[in-house]
Design a protein around this ligand. Structure first.
Ligand SMILES: Cc1ncc(C[n+]2csc(CCOP(=O)(O)OP(=O)(O)O)c2C)c(N)n1
Ligand SMILES: [Mg+2]
Length: 896
């Protein structure tokens, strides 16, 4: 009963000293005892409502008292063997520490983190021994996002489990060593059979975990997988929660009732430089935020040592004191001797001093915190997995660098600590009872108990019970066999006289794909509130918008053909205005082939300017995870999106696509190009299993789509093909114009103009992908460098343009740097035209004129190049400036 009193009083004036209050508390207690907690809560709710109606201003607080959410009397018994678990955990602690210390001895400053795992060991180990389920034949297993900097602890456990060798541990952070090493952090790209989720760019794993949990539900609601009780666990740092992405999507999780999602925030009160909230309380702050967002919040602040103290805190002074001490001060209690805590914490009130008078200073210092107490952590996790209706966050109080003593425990330098001297190692060894001899300890040897030891047997038995090892990644989905030739063929014929945009053409393909009997159901269209922008509203009705709870209202446009239809089995993920959230859905869907064994094919379409530029790091994480699927940069191009201006017009994204190694980037101009790219992409990713994904830009400018020229397929995929040969091959004046995407039609106009007005015969090429050309050429160069005696490999761009007569002009709606990436491999130095500078609002024609990428600008560049070669005289150039209406004194778009 003592604990309940603590909750109620929360440091308010003690009831004993306030007779009126005393009477109220007594009757309330009687109510609880007679009618139960539920009824008591109901009465309180009604009283509150009554007070509000009466106009009494009530104070609002989203916080509960600064004590454990689960009081001692509701704590379930611990089901494991606590002593063996402690020993296993101690060995893992030692190996994690040894791994980092040894790595930094061999290679000075190779890095690694000791303190993060040291603070988190119990939070993980309780999970490993009792909760994290592996995937088996019959159950899908949990998805666990491990805090990235705690990777040494996960490796150390896998070593005990027999999954990693001594050599691998020795090569921690030295992945290039013979025999292989271990990646610094969780990177599925580098350890594809081990890690599932990259978590080290802080703030990304919480939002990814939310959308992962949501996507798991989506698969169930759409009947693509059976309903299960599998969980998504995400372990975060308390400092990490300052990243906007970390908390930015938490209301989605509660709105969608994601009770399959559990966050565990390791509240060690410290980040890299110092305290997370030295002058405040991070746990209280997070509690209020998550409660306000509708989450189930479980605080695990105090360990069992504190239960007896709380029991004797009849007047609530201890709870009050717990609630008022700021985190910076709490950190001090970790570093200072027990006498300090006695004086500064308990010394605030004689009644508190009395509470601990039976404890020595050392005992005061060792009063264990919640996150280091397996019983408290178990209670919290159990409550979390059994909770229904909302997601749960466990806020666990821990100590950064736990067990490091003088070497770092609770100190501001602890995050960076990677080297321990012999004394410090010996102390750590003794504190955790690792059977390593004094004379060996300086070497920091790894320790693995004998196979038949109780520790090893227990560890194996627990994992067996939970289905196997975690983390583990495997490609589970079989290749897609569907023959999509016929499906895409239709788009190779062109649009005849109908003017359509590439976006419309793409949507047509998507719609058709979704009707395909074999793969239609696997398509996952994702939009961040832009479906209408891209003409996709017809899909609303066709396949429905996903809504876990179904549509609970009659939409205002119900009488129209294309009404806003939401449905439990809806296929479209209409994410609202969150590109970050949408790309997380993309990643979850694009990796379902591994996480669920389901080949879902995501198509995420967005305003291209708000793509790679805004959510580049999430795309990087998707790449790390080998996500498959298509990113569609809509309304792309600096001059193609009329009217919108500086913030919207994208001339950057194809440059930003360059660094992502496994991202194939295409800037197609015609429907058949898109059809060829999509068809090939699905085949490469879902049939051949390549670890690639796609970025394709699509535009909203309508024009007639020509039929596909014979033999164009290979060039489309490799990045370049001749789309329109020069008419008069015998003409003396010849030129080559390379156009891409939105600017290809300008190149074709320039071809006509040059022929008609200046007698120049021009070949026009469509560059569908500078990135592909660039990769291929770099590959060839490298091969030739390493094999100087062999017959040189000629890059595709060089062979494609070989013998093409005349100057080369390359024009795109992107930065000039894009064609310049391949300039070196062209038969001659090209003139590049592009859209460097800030966009602005005007018509397409005006913008293309301003950025010097329209047909006249292309034609002028051809003529000036021919003039330099002495093939065109000065008078023609003068005429060109006049006829093409180009003012040489016009402003440079880069600087205005
Ligand atoms: C986006 C990003 N910014 C910065 C870092 C560098 N960094 C790594 S760990 C760390 C501090 C982590 O503190 P916290 O989240 O509290 O985790 P703890 O180690 O205390 O558990 C920082 C700043 C990073 N990994 N990612
Ligand atoms: Mg921290």
């Amino acid at each position: 009963m003592g604990t309940i009193t603590n909750h109620v009083t929360n440091g308010r004036p003690a009831a004993e000293q306030d007779p009126e209050l005393h009477e109220w508390v007594e009757s309330f207690q009687a109510l609880v005892e007679e009618s139960g907690a539920e009824r008591a809560a109901q009465i309180l709710d009604q009283l509150r409502a009554h007070a509000e109606r009466t106009g009494i201003p009530l104070r609002f607080s989203a916080n509960t008292p600064y004590v454990n959410t689960i009081p001692y009397d509701r704590q379930p018994p611990f089901p494991g063997d606590q002593e063996i678990e402690r020993r296993i955990k101690s060995i893992i602690r030692w190996n994690a520490l040894a791994m980092v210390v040894r790595a930094n001895r061999v290679e000075h400053n190779i890095g690694g983190h000791i303190s993060t795992y040291a603070s988190q060991a119990t939070l993980f180990e309780v999970g490993f021994n009792h909760f994290f389920r592996a995937r088996t034949q019959d159950s899908e297993g949990d998805h666990v996002y491990f805090q990235g900097h705690a990777a040494p602890g996960i490796y150390a456990r896998a070593f005990l489990e027999g999954r990693l060798s001594v050599q691998q541990l020795e090569n921690f952070r030295r992945e290039l060593k013979p025999g292989g090493g271990l990646s610094s952090y969780p990177h599925p790209w580098l350890m594809p059979e081990f890690w599932q989720f990259p978590t080290v760019s802080m703030g990304l794993s919480p939002i990814m975990a939310i959308y992962q949990a949501r996507f798991n539900r989506y698969l169930e609601d759409r009947g693509l997988k059976p309903r299960t009780d599998a969980k998504v666990w995400a372990f975060l740092g308390d400092g990490e929660t300052d990243e906007p992405e970390a908390l930015g999507a938490i209301t989605l999780a509660s709105r969608e009732q994601l009770d399959n999602l559990i966050f565990v925030v390791n509240c060690n009160l410290q980040r890299l430089d110092g305290p997370v909230r030295g002058n405040g309380k991070i746990i209280a702050e997070l509690e209020a935020i998550f409660r306000g967002a509708g989450w189930n919040v479980i605080k695990v602040i105090w360990g069992c040592d504190w239960d007896t103290l709380l029991e004797h805190d009849a007047e609530g002074v201890l709870v009050k004191r717990m609630g008022e001490v700021v985190d910076g001060e709490s950190q001090k209690y970790v570093v200072e001797p027990g006498s300090y805590t006695r004086q500064h914490f308990f010394g605030a009130d004689p009644r508190l001093l009395k509470l601990v008078e039976h404890l020595s200073d050392d005992q005061v210092r060792k009063l264990r915190l919640g996150g280091h107490d397996p019983r408290k952590v178990y209670a919290a996790y159990k409550a979390a997995v059994e909770h229904h209706g909302t997601p749960t966050v466990v806020l666990a109080r821990t100590i950064k660098g736990y067990g490091l003593g003088e070497a770092g425990e609770g100190r501001n330098i602890t995050h960076q600590q990677k080297k321990l001297n012999e004394d410090e190692l010996r102390e750590f060894r003794s504190r955790f009872g690792i059977p390593i001899r004094d004379e060996d300890v300086a070497e920091a040897p790894f320790y693995r108990p004998p196979e038949n030891s109780p520790e090893m047997q227990y560890l194996r038995a627990r994992r067996q019970e939970l289905g196997g090892f975690v983390p583990q990644r495997a490609v589970l989905a079989p290749p897609i066999k569907a023959d999509l030739c016929e499906l895409f063929q239709e788009f190779e014929a062109g649009s005849e006289n109908r003017e359509v945009s590439t976006t419309m053409a793409f949507v047509g393909m998507l719609r058709k794909l979704m009707r395909d009997p074999e793969i239609g159901k696997l398509v996952v269209p994702i939009v961040p509130d832009e479906a209408r922008t891209f003409g996709m509203e017809s899909l609303f009705r066709q396949v429905g918008i996903y809504a876990h709870g179904g549509q609970k209202y009659e939409p205002v446009d119900v009488h129209t053909l294309l009404y806003y239809k939401e449905a439990v089995e809806g296929q479209i993920l209409e994410e609202g205005i969150t590109e970050a959230g949408s790309v997380c859905s993309f990643t979850a869907a694009g990796t379902a082939y591994a996480t669920h064994g389901i080949n879902t094919i995501p198509f995420f379409i967005f305003y291209s300017m708000f793509g790679l530029q805004r959510i580049g790091d999430l795309v990087w994480a998707a790449a790390d995870m080998s996500a498959r699927g298509f990113l569609l940069g809509g309304t792309s191009g600096r001059t193609t999106l009329a009217g919108e201006g500086l913030q919207h017009q994208d001339g950057n994204s194809h440059i930003l696509a360059l660094p992502v190694p496994n991202l194939r980037a295409y800037d197609p101009a015609f429907a058949y190009e898109i059809a060829v790219i999509l068809h090939d992409g699905i085949h490469r990713m879902y049939h051949d299993g390549e670890r690639i994904f796609y970025y394709i830009t699509v535009m909203n400018e309508p024009y007639t789509m020509p039929p596909m020229p014979a033999g164009a397929r290979e060039g489309i995929l490799r990045g370049l093909y001749k789309v329109s040969p020069a008419a008069g091959k015998k003409t003396k004046l010849r030129a080559q114009v390379l156009g891409s995407g939105a600017i290809l039609p300008e190149a074709l106009k320039a071809q006509e103009l040059l022929a008609a007005q200046f007698g120049v015969a021009t070949d026009v090429w469509s560059v569908t992908s500078y990135k592909e050309l660039y990769r291929d050429a770099l590959d060839a160069d490298r091969e030739n460098l390493l094999h100087p005696g062999a017959k040189p490999r000629v890059p595709y761009i060089t062979s494609a343009l070989a013998g093409a007569p005349g100057p080369v002009i390359a024009a795109s709606d992107y930065l000039k740097a894009l064609p310049l990436t391949v300039a070196k491999w062209m038969p001659r130095t090209p003139v590049v035209l592009g859209t460097d500078g800030f966009g602005r609002s005007d018509s397409r024609a005006a913008l293309r004129h301003f950025f010097e990428v329209d047909a006249p600008a292309i034609a002028l560049a051809v003529l000036v190049e021919l003039h330099r070669e002495g093939q065109v005289d000065a008078a023609t150039i003068e005429r060109a400036f006049k006829e093409l209406e180009i003012d040489p004194a016009r402003p440079n778009p880069v600087t205005v």
